[in-house]
Ligand binder design. Structure first.
Ligand code: ADP
Length: 307
């Protein structure tokens, strides 16, 4: 195989109670990437369509992640990358993760799959570190494995794929306001109370059990965040109103996607997900903030070849 074209999905990290450990992949929004082998060694990003992002290998998460995998392989040639961005950088739905995970997945295919999924997650995390300063796996893991994923441990890295109930749909609204990942990390406290810890791990366990049991009520009861959301919500105008409106529209739960500003809801069935979208739109129309909105199934496959 000399070249490969892929779809690399947008992802929702944290999923309310699972700060830095839970994530899911979306089906209907993602980037396209074309990767080809070259005789000349090294990694070159030759084209980025749809957004203004750095072409220099060392400044683009796709370039950094590509170098991470190539450095561990026997391959002597080089790689060219073209990216068609559909996920806006800084939106909070894993724009950088889609590029980092997409690059390593595609290169692994071009090299005849020498690496395991877990190794691919590690290489993609090196790319992610460029975007946020820290090597997170909560977006790259669902992009690579598909469905819901749990990062049970970072050291050693241990990633578990969680069952996806078939009727689950996500609604995501991206209000056009800027929240820098670094700012939304800085405002977090570094300690939590035992009382909040107890509530939080109860909900993480409940959410995982709910996903495996396909118990939508339990999923809904568990989509609660006592630790991060109360602080980060302050950075997102309209968040509390969206939370209330989506609950009334029948959502199982609503939270901040990654570090925001995107807000996600999970719903049982497409019809409810559409009602939830309508409720979200009304809030931002009233406030007078532009938005992008998506309704999506959960993507169980992760990254896949296209054409
Ligand atoms: P998101 O959570 O949507 O990925 P981040 O703020 O974490 O947003 O990451 C976006 C940052 O990563 C921006 O500063 C952007 O310039 C940088 N970046 C570098 N390469 C890429 C890429 N290929 N795709 C998206 N963002 C990239």
């Amino acid at each position: 195989m000399e070249q490969i074209k892929i779809f690399s999905p947008a992802t929702i990290a944290n999923i309310s109670c699972g700060f830095d450990v839970l994530g899911l992949a979306l089906a209907s929004i993602g980037d396209e990437m074309l990767l080809r082998k070259t005789e000349k060694p090294g990694v070159r990003i030759t084209k980025i369509l749809g957004q203004n992002l750095p072409l220099e290998t060392s400044q683009n998460v796709a370039g950094v992640a590509a170098l991470a995998i190539l450095n561990e392989s026997d391959y002597q040639g080089g790689i060219e990358i073209e990216i068609t961005k559909r996920i806006k950088a800084g939106s909070g739905i894993g724009s950088s993760a889609a590029s980092a995970a997409g690059a390593v997945w595609a290169i692994n295919q071009l090299l005849n799959k020498p690496f395991t999924e877990l190794e691919l997650v590690k290489f993609a995390m090196e790319g992610e570190a460029l975007a946020s300063g820290v090597a997170h796996a909560d977006n790259v893991a669902p992009a690579l494995l598909g469905g819901f994923t749990l990062v049970r441990s970072y050291d050693p890295l241990d990633v578990i794929k969680i069952n996806t109930p078939s009727e689950l749909h996500a609604t995501v609204i991206h209000p056009q306001i800027e929240v820098k990942t670094s700012d939304s990390r800085k405002i977090l406290k570094t300690t939590i109370s035992l009382k909040d810890g107890v509530k939080q791990w109860g909900n993480v366990g409940g959410l995982i059990a709910g996903l495996f049991l396909e118990d939508y009520e339990l999923i809904g009861r568990s989509l609660v965040d006592h630790i991060v959301e109360p602080i980060r919500a302050m950075l997102i105008p309209g968040f509390n109103e969206v939370k209330m409106a989506t609950k009334n529209a029948g959502a199982l739960g609503t939270g901040i996607s990654g570090s925001g500003p995107s807000i996600f809801s999970l719903s049982k069935g497409e019809k409810t997900a559409e009602k939830v979208a309508q409720a979200m739109k009304e809030v931002y129309t009233t406030i007078g903030v532009d938005y992008d909105i998506y309704i999506s199934k959960i993507n169980k496959k992760g990254i896949y070849p296209i054409e």
